[in-house]
Design a binder for this molecule. Structure first.
Ligand code: SF4
Length: 496
C-alpha cells in the first residue's frame, strides 16, 4: 500500500479533528507551527506518566520506537506474544496500512487487554476514537481483545510515601463503547484515504481548530485573520465564528449592537484609541488600603504525579514568591523574595519565610487575589500548625486588579484584558516582561521542573536568577501600577 494511505493512530485522530490538518500533515509538514516549550513540557510529562503506569502491569517487555522500523516493532511484538510474555509495553500492530502502538497490552484471565494511558484527569470524546482505532487495528492484526480501557490520573489521590500506582491511576473500561464503534471505522478510514487522494480540502477555520487539540497548522490557516479581529474580543456570550462567517472580522466591521457592554466598550475604546479614568472609583479603591502595604505574588508548579507527600495530582504548589513592602506612606520600598530548593517540598520553608516577612498588620495586595488566597487556604489546611498565621494573611489580602477590572482605569492597549501582562505595558510603557528570559507563569513552572532535574551548578544558578527576576517583576509591576493609580486619583475624570 502506498505511503500516502498509511495511517498511524495520531494521524487518524488528527484526521478526525480536521481533514485539512491530516492533508497538510501528509504533504506540507513544513507549514506546521513550531512546538512551544510549554507543549514540549506537556509531552515530556505524558511520557513520564506512561512509564509510571507500566508499573500497574509490572515486569513487562517494551517494544522500542527509536532505532526500529515499523515492521521490526511489529515482529518483536509478535515474538513476545508467541513467547508467552504477559505484559507488553508499546505493543505494535499493523493492519491494512494502519499502525498502532498500544501503551500496555496485558494478558488477563479472559485474554488480551488493551490499556491506553493518558495524563489527563478525565475521559474525553477523543479518547474513544483513539482507543477504538487501536481496537480495530489490533483485531485486524489477529488479536481478539477481551477488554479496552483508558487509564488516567485520579485527581483525588494524595501522595503519602512512595507513589501508589494503583491509587494514582483510574481505569475507565471502554470495551462496550469501542466495540460499538468498530462497524463505522472502515468507512471513516476510506473517507480519509479518499480525501488524501484528492486536492487539498478547503476546510475553513472553526472551533475544530482548538478542539480537542490546538492544531499545529494554526499559523498557516489563520494568516488571513487581521490583528484586532473578532477573535480578540474578550468575554463569552458571542459566537465569534458566526461573525467570521458573516464576514464581520475586523473590529471596525463588528456591529456593536450585537455585543455585550464590556465587549462594546473594548471595541469602541480600541477604535478611538481611548482611555478612561474614573478618579472617584480609584480614590474609593485606594481608601480601602492601608500601611504597611505589601505587594505579593506566588509562582507555582504542578505535576500529574505528586512530587511530595501531601500533594495531589496537578495541585498548584507555591515554590516562590516576591514581596515588596512599604511600611508607611512615603517610606522606601523594600524587596524580599523566596525560592524553594529543588526536589524538596518548598511549602514549609516558604510559609515560615512569609510569616516572618509579611508584617502582621499589613495590607497585602495581590493581583487577581483568588489565586493567592486559594494557595494560602490550601497551605493552611495542609500545614495546620501555620493555619493561624496564614489565615491572618488571607483575611488581609486586597486585590489590585479591582480598579482595572471595574474600568476605573482603562486604556485601549489593554485589549479588553485585565491581566497584569496586558495592563502593565498599557500604563507603564517602559516596563514589560519582554526583556526577561522567563516571561510568564508557565515558563516559571517549566524552569522549576528543570531546576529539579539540573545538576550543573552554573545552569542551576542561571535558572534561579531568571526565576528571581521574573517574580520580582510581577510585584514591581504592582508597585508601579499602584503609584500610577495614586497619581490618577487626583486627576479629572475622563469618562467614556
Ligand atoms: S488550523 Fe483549523 S482549519 Fe487549519 S488544519 Fe488546523 S484544524 Fe484544520
Amino acid at each position: 500500500m502506498s505511503d500516502k494511505y498509511f495511517l498511524s493512530k495520531s494521524q487518524y485522530v488528527r484526521g478526525m479533528q480536521c481533514d485539512k490538518s491530516l492533508y497538510l500533515y501528509k504533504y506540507h509538514k513544513e507549514l506546521r507551527d513550531e512546538i512551544s516549550n510549554a507543549q514540549k513540557a506537556v509531552f515530556a510529562s505524558g511520557t513520564d506518566v506512561g512509564v509510571l503506569a507500566q508499573q500497574l502491569f509490572p515486569d513487562g517487555v517494551e517494544v522500542p520506537y527509536e532505532g526500529m522500523s515499523i515492521s521490526e516493532q511489529v515482529r518483536m511484538t509478535r515474538d513476545e506474544i508467541a513467547k508467552g510474555t504477559k505484559n507488553i509495553y508499546e505493543a505494535s500492530f499493523a493492519f491494512d496500512g494502519l499502525f498502532v502502538k498500544v501503551d500496555i497490552l496485558h494478558h488477563g484471565e479472559n485474554g488480551w487487554e488493551l490499556y491506553e494511558v493518558k495524563s489527563s484527569t478525565s475521559v474525553k470524546t477523543v479518547n474513544y476514537h483513539d482507543v477504538s482505532f487501536q481496537f480495530y487495528v489490533v483485531a485486524g492484526a489477529g488479536i481478539q481483545l477481551s477488554k479496552a480501557c483508558l487509564v488516567h490520573i485520579n485527581n483525588q489521590y494524595v501522595r503519602n510515601g512512595d507513589i501508589e500506582v494503583d491509587k494514582l491511576f483510574t481505569f475507565n473500561d471502554m470495551t462496550n463503547d469501542v466495540s460499538g464503534m468498530q462497524h463505522n471505522l472502515p468507512n471513516v478510514i476510506t473517507k480519509m484515504r479518499n480525501m488524501l487522494d484528492g486536492d487539498q480540502p478547503t476546510t475553513d477555520i472553526g472551533p475544530h481548530c482548538s478542539d480537542p487539540y490546538d492544531c499545529d497548522f494554526h499559523g498557516h490557516c489563520w494568516q488571513h485573520i487581521p490583528k484586532d479581529s473578532i477573535f480578540d474580543l474578550r468575554g463569552r456570550g458571542v459566537d465569534k465564528f458566526s461573525f467570521y462567517q458573516r464576514g464581520l472580522i475586523d473590529f471596525k466591521d463588528i456591529p456593536l449592537s450585537e455585543l455585550n457592554n464590556s465587549q462594546r466598550f473594548q471595541v469602541k475604546m480600541h477604535l478611538s484609541k481611548g482611555e478612561q479614568i474614573d478618579a472617584d472609583g480609584i480614590r474609593d479603591f485606594l481608601d480601602s488600603l492601608w500601611y504597611p502595604l505589601c505587594h505579593f505574588d506566588f509562582e507555582t508548579f504542578m505535576s500529574p504525579v505528586p512530587l511530595h507527600d501531601g500533594m495531589r495530582p496537578y495541585q498548584a504548589i507555591p515554590f516562590q514568591y516576591s514581596l515588596h513592602i512599604q511600611r508607611e506612606e512615603g517610606a522606601p520600598i523594600e524587596h524580599y523574595e523566596f525560592l524553594g530548593e529543588p526536589n524538596i517540598d518548598p511549602r514549609p520553608t516558604l510559609i515560615k519565610a512569609m510569616l516572618a516577612q509579611i508584617p502582621v498588620d499589613a495590607c497585602v495586595l495581590a493581583y487577581n487575589m483568588a489565586f493567592e488566597k486559594t494557595r494560602i487556604k490550601e497551605m493552611s489546611e495542609d500545614f495546620p500548625e501555620y493555619a493561624e498565621g496564614l489565615s491572618n494573611i488571607h483575611g488581609r489580602i486586597r486585590d489590585l486588579i479591582v480598579p482595572f477590572r471595574k474600568r476605573y482605569a482603562y486604556r485601549w492597549q489593554q485589549h479588553g484584558s485585565n491581566s497584569i501582562k496586558n495592563v502593565l505595558p498599557a500604563f507603564i510603557p517602559d516596563m514589560s516582561y519582554q526583556d526577561l528570559e522567563i516571561s510568564h507563569g508557565g515558563m516559571a513552572m517549566d524552569a522549576y521542573h528543570l531546576m529539579c532535574a539540573e545538576t550543573d551548578t552554573q545552569k542551576l544558578k542561571s535558572l534561579r536568577n531568571n526565576l528571581f527576576k521574573y517574580c520580582e517583576r510581577d510585584t514591581e509591576a504592582m508597585v508601579k501600577l499602584l503609584q500610577w493609580l495614586m497619581k490618577a486619583k487626583n486627576t479629572e475624570n475622563l469618562l467614556y
